[in-house]
Design a binder for this molecule. Sequence first.
Ligand code: GRF
Length: 202
Amino acid sequence: MTKIAVLVSGGGTNLQALIDAEKQGKIPCGKIELVVSGNPNAYALERAKQAGIESVVVSRKAYADGEAYDEAMLAVLQEHGIEEVILAGFLSILGMPVIKAYPKRILNIHPSLIPSFCGKGFYGLKVHEAALARGVKVTGATVHYVNEIPDGGEIIAQKAVEILPDDTPQTLQRRVMEQAEWILLPAAAAMVAERIEKEKKA
Ligand code: GRF
């Protein structure tokens, strides 16, 4: 069984989708063993508690520099024997020591169709504000592997979502979550867990 950690920073609706998918048997080769939050007040921590999943806070602000933060994050993941890392609304940047320790084993969900509206400064509502400002008719979500370039890793899956004339950033964010993020991320998590299990047996 592939040990999965989910990294969060906020409300945790993507974490909830993963928890629900696991309960429904949709992630047969993986188990969410740990939730790591960059923010001590993240509601995602409450969701982890209600699901009986161990959680820990590793806040970037608590460390003098990126190297110390990466060292702490890596230590937490390795202490728990984590094999797959899922970034679900996670807003900190993982440094090379963590990325190198998990080649093609760190997934991120981004709320647009990469390469549109991604990269530095594009997160949360800002992504949807930019899509509405540009006047695109279709947006969506992307799951990709994490490498050293923000939102630059190999794309795993995408799902398109129509933009409606009266959309606000909030209504658009909600529809992209419901119709794309919460579907794509559990499916991608399951696919990567299955691959890891196969690699372990090879
Ligand atoms: C949302 O903007 C979502 O689109 C993006 O991260 C933010 C928070 O997600 N993936 P969550 O509710 O904390 O999963």
